[in-house]
Write a protein that binds this ligand. Structure first.
Ligand SMILES: Cc1cc2nc3c(=O)[nH]c(=O)nc-3n(C[C@H](O)[C@H](O)[C@H](O)COP(=O)(O)OP(=O)(O)OC[C@H]3O[C@@H](n4cnc5c(N)ncnc54)[C@H](O)[C@@H]3O)c2cc1C
Length: 775
């Protein structure tokens, strides 16, 4: 069957939603006729199937009406059916372990939450020992294995492949590629979720940062001395870099380590209030040692930041040592279980051997020996930021799952007089809030996969001594880290508000997801600073391209632009003929539309990079210094980076469609990709208009097409959320329950509130009752 969709003439080349919708409807009919209503056949759904009769009827209907098989989409997200199977097995293993049964932390005090997290960490160590896992790298990797969300690729690996990866990790640790403060922060967040569902890991910094840094920066004698007690958790360590006064600008850190040759000791000091170490995880209460980053002074010269092992607590009493002021920094926006701490050092003396001296050294007489190179530290950021991109997708996917399932269950107000209250998911505004976010979660998932693969590819090159692609990768990972975390963080909050009052309850899990995720915008490189780093690369590439040099990778469009090969697409005059029962026909039709959208985003990026470069040039011409000019153009520079990242995301999402072999899945994923791109155009219409890429009527048409896509995606919304495959134990959300039985479970949850443990609270007798007698 072939259909000729009606003509529409957007500038991006015949992207006709009406035609897309026609295809979708026919697809639906075709799919229903051939495969019947959607049923998943996974072990998890079988588990849920036991409760089929108890499933909320609205949710059941949504699932029955879906036009594609959710499992097929889950396989695509995981990278294959085998990987899905393996992930599910591992999740089941952890979830069914009696020692790791979920504890609802919502009704605990912060101190109790911290204690619960420490207990969980200790249990985890016991488990690791039971399984014979003792190397820090093995701890790190096996933890990752137990949670698909850090290294999705691991799930189908053979033990040999895992060993290979471990060896790579070791080499990275040793070469300094995995040594960064934020790596630890990042890993806390990941490790916790493996074992604890959503609580944070009290010892995360110890095995993710302290041990690897010993291995990376310690010389053989230091490794021999410190690693065995650290491995057995006698020495509990953290990594203290950030200070009250400085986080981003690490060269300005103020803590000093002054060498005293007469005693062969370093004297550690926090000379100012702003030099107090602030934020390191596990510092407040857990650790007895810290690797402290301090400015090294010897023979009257400052040699910059170096790492020192500083004992901070007595090994038997756990009391702070003399000269050490240490404690918890207090309640934060989230991370309640983590004792992020402060550390003030007052003339604390440590032996010369406590400076980590694999590369840089201080001789007994105080002579400083420079490290051979600091080149490799480049790679750390790439690794962490690449991983955070995937984390953005997962956090947003969880929030979308909760909000969409709840929106299918929740009925409110009136759509048609006299009819039953509609599901709130039927309101166009609700769809407008949630479906672009759903599309974003999918887009970021594929971008996360790409970043992970790119990271592995580049690390392979590094192993071979080829650093040529690091600048591109560095710029891309910095920009995408910022782009995706900003979007996901804002999106999670939209999901929360889309659930009305119940979204504000912690039983929804949405407040928790938000506070846990949003620090990714700050740590591992503050987002604005990251965008500016990407902009530096873009401007450099633009300058090279303008001078006739060929620039490659994701910025190759800058060369195209300079050679005037980038032109707005001509309006497509020919309708697309689509055979909806033929995948290749569908793919071709999609490609035609998507290619033009990708082109529009590419042109926008090119234009904004050009504008930013000109803005910078203009500032320089006003006889400003380079630094002042940079600051004067910073808004344009960040905007250019944002446009570049947006183009990359649209491009990668579109490219992913080419890999989808199932017609029904291709159709629904294609709709999401179109929605992502078109919604972006409507939100950033100013850019497209300013750059002369679109006319006002065309922007209006894009808005209309977004509305039509919302209606089209509506039928599959719940199934698209289900395909993320988050078990109830991982979502921890009453609103997002798979069975949709929200109200009764909210009631049960609320009953657990400690305020309900007695009918009349003592404050009534103390304060309210006396008011009566005073009347
Ligand atoms: C939950 C959490 C856990 C953490 N865990 C740890 C940990 O374990 N160990 C640790 O050492 N640290 C930790 N940190 C600290 C974290 O690494 C820093 O907060 C982060 O590096 C940002 O630095 P900052 O706080 O100094 O922000 P700032 O740099 O002061 O940023 C504040 C504002 O200034 C702007 N700004 C700064 N520089 C520039 C510039 N060059 N151009 C334009 N704008 C600029 C930023 O965009 C931002 O808007 C943690 C932080 C959080 C929130």
């Amino acid at each position: 069957m072939s259909v000729s969709p009606p003509r529409l003439r957007p500038v991006w080349g015949g992207l006709s939603l009406r035609s897309a919708q026609g295809v979708q409807e026919r697809c639906l009919a075709f799919h229903s006729a051939t495969v019947g209503p959607n049923h998943t056949d996974t072990s998890i759904s079988k588990e849920f199937a036991r409760n089929e009769s108890a499933m909320n009827p609205d949710l059941r209907k949504e699932r029955d009406n879906a036009t594609f098989k959710t499992d097929l989409l889950t396989y695509i997200l995981d990278g294959g059916a085998e990987k899905t199977q393996r992930r599910r097995e591992i999740e089941s293993l952890v979830i069914s372990d009696p020692d790791f049964q979920h504890v609802d932390l919502n009704f605990l005090s912060r101190s109790e939450r911290y204690a619960a997290a420490v207990k969980r960490s200790a249990q985890m160590i016991v488990k690791m020992r039971e399984h014979g896992i003792s190397d820090p790298e093995e701890i790190y990797c096996s933890a990752n294995l137990l949670w698909r969300e850090l290294f999705p690729v691991c799930y189908c690996w053979s033990s040999e492949k895992i060993r290979e990866h471990l060896a790579k990790c070791v080499s990275f640790f040793q070469n300094g590629l995995l040594c960064s403060n934020a790596f630890a922060v990042h890993n806390i967040a990941f490790t916790v979720q493996i074992w604890n569902g959503r609580e944070h890991e009290a010892l995360g910094l110890h095995y993710a940062m302290f041990l690897p840094t010993l291995q990376k920066l310690g010389d053989p004698a230091q490794q021999e001395k410190w690693i065995p007690p650290a491995k057995t958790f006698k020495v509990l360590g953290t990594y203290a870099q950030t200070e009250l006064g400085h986080g981003t600008h690490i060269r300005a850190l103020e803590t000093t380590a002054t060498y005293d040759p007469s005693t062969q000791e370093f004297v550690l000091n926090s000379p100012t209030v702003s030099s107090i170490k602030w934020w390191p995880g596990g510092l407040g209460k857990t650790s007895n040692h810290a690797i402290v980053l301090a400015q090294l002074y010897t023979q009257g010269h400052c040699h910059g930041l170096h790492a020192f092992i500083v004992p901070i607590r007595n090994m038997s009493t756990h009391e702070p040592l003399p000269g050490v002021v240490v404690g918890d920094i207090g309640p934060k926006f989230g991370f309640d279980e983590v004792d992020n701490g402060y550390l003030k050092l007052d003339n604390v003396r440590i032996p010369r051997e406590n400076m980590l001296m694999k590369y840089a050294k201080v001789e007994p007489d105080g002579t400083y020996v420079k490290p051979p190179s600091d080149k490799l530290t480049y790679g750390t950021m790439v690794f962490i930021r690449s991983m955070i991109v995937g984390e953005s997708a997962r956090a947003l996917a969880k929030a979308c799952t909760i909000a969409i399932r709840y929106s299918a269950v929740r009925r409110q107000s009136e759509l048609r007089p006299g009819e039953p209250e509609p599901q709130i998911l039927d309101y166009q505004t609700q769809q407008y809030k949630l479906f672009p976010l759903l599309a974003t979660a999918y887009a970021f998932h594929f971008v996360g996969q790409y970043m992970s693969q790119t990271y592995h590819r580049i690390t392979g090159d590094i192993d071979q001594g080829d650093f040529s692609q690091l600048p591109e990768l560095h710029a891309l990972s910095a920009g995408l880290k910022a782009f995706t975390t900003w979007a996901a963080s804002a999106g999670i909050e939209v999901c929360r508000m889309a659930c009305g009052g119940h979204g504000y309850s912690r039983c929804s899990s949405l407040p928790d997801i938000y506070v846990t995720f949003t620090p990714t915008c700050t740590y591992e490189g503050e987002n604005t600073v990251m965008m500016l780093q990407t902009a530096r690369y873009l401007v450099k590439s633009y300058t090279q391209a303008s001078a006739g040099e060929q620039v490659g990778g994701t910025v190759s469009y800058l060369s195209e632009m300079s050679q005037r090969r980038l032109q707005p697409q001509q309006v497509s005059s020919r309708p697309t003929v689509v055979n909806i029962s033929d995948l290749s026909s569908l793919v071709e039709a999609y490609k035609l539309r998507a290619a033009n959208l990708v082109e529009a985003y590419k042109l926008r990026a090119a234009k904004l990079v050009e504008m930013a470069a000109r803005s910078l040039q203009g500032e320089l011409q006003r006889r400003k210094s380079k630094e002042e000019a940079w600051n004067g153009a910073a808004i344009d520079l960040v905007r250019a980076s944002d446009a570049h990242c947006h183009y990359v995301v649209v491009k990668l999402f579109t490219a992913k469609l080419g890999e989808v072999g199932d017609t029904a899945v291709h159709s629904v994923l294609g709709s999401l990709a179109l929605l992502y791109a078109l919604h972006g155009i409507t939100v950033h219409s100013g850019d497209f208009l300013q750059a002369g890429l679109l006319s006002v009527p065309q922007v209006a048409q894009a808005s209309q097409q977004v509305k039509e896509l919302l209606a089209q995606i509506r039928v599959n919304a719940v199934a698209l959320a289900d395909a993320f495959d988050y078990r109830d134990e991982m979502l921890n959300s009453v609103l997002g329950r798979y069975d949709g039985n929200v109200y009764e479970n909210m009631f049960e949850w609320a009953k657990k509130s400690p305020l309900n443990s007695e009918q009349v609270h003592e404050s009534y007798h103390k304060y309210l009752k006396p008011l009566h007698s005073k009347l």
